[in-house]
Design a protein around this ligand. Sequence first.
Ligand code: NAP
Length: 303
Amino acid sequence: MKIALVGIGKIALDQHVPALEASPDWELAATVSRNGKVAGVPAYARIGEMLDAHPEIGTVSLCLPPVPRFLVAQAVLFAGRNLMLEKPPGATLAEVHILCDLAMAQGVSLYTTWHSRMAHAVAGAKAWLADCDIRSGRIIWREDVRKWHPGQDWIFEAGGMGVFDPGINALSILTEILPVPVHLTAAEIDFPGNRQAPIAARLQLGQNITADFDFRQEGPQTWDMEFQTDRGSLALRMGGNLLEIDGQRVGGQDSIMGEYPALYDRMARLVEQSASEVDVSPMVLVADAFTLGRRTTVEDFEF
Ligand code: NAP
């Protein structure tokens, strides 16, 4: 199946293009980006030009940051093409609800991807937790924004989500593996004085679960979650890629490769079945953190 990629930047080049090149299902047939290109692939600067020029391209995958994404997503659906969205699926929840209704009305597939749910150990953790009572949980998601998002000022602009850009990956795993729904009960959010989006956040969730997100971690990076249950302890490390039960490593792989091939495999199956997969539960937790959270102003931040 032919697919177009929109927003040829960091994640498109790091993950989407290699995943598509290796895919048995997809052929990258066009790109849309003001500056970015992929060698040998027809390139367009505007979505409308690409959609008009390529009626044979049935699916479009968006790798734009969240704020400029909605109008492009709408254009894809109005043109009757299937749509795959990078996380988070919109700048607001309302955008995602509108896209979901539009995809249904147009009879096309919509997939709101959460790449961290495809990490190696997530399915195993979900299966192990299925019969457990969760007594407490602790998420620590601390990374260096200068290393992972060099110069990406959009991340600290309104709608860029700040530290929730990686934090929502943790929440996407949490909402996937827990056997019960989870909701936010309190939050403390730290905004640099010169920025519109937070650099750190501490969340309190149901089931006695806490989350600590921080964009200022230099040295070793931490993407861990640990749960105490009536049947013992479970830990997911390396962003959901390693699984430990009662302190012993029992599964997963020490690598993040595999998440994006799994997303494109899932999208192929959705298109074949004319089905959609839309889940906003990680975004609800972030929106609720902004609604309920206590705000603190911290030191200015420059890249
Ligand atoms: P990025 O490189 O900063 O942006 C991707 C491309 O989008 C840019 O190269 C730019 O292409 C276009 N773009 C940027 N700002 C725009 C604007 N205001 N209006 C129109 N186009 C704009 O971002 P990214 O790191 O790839 O992230 C994109 C999405 O992927 C985000 O939602 C992020 O959460 C998600 N993601 C990122 C990572 C990561 O490690 N970076 C990992 C997983 C998921 P042109 O200038 O060529 O138009």
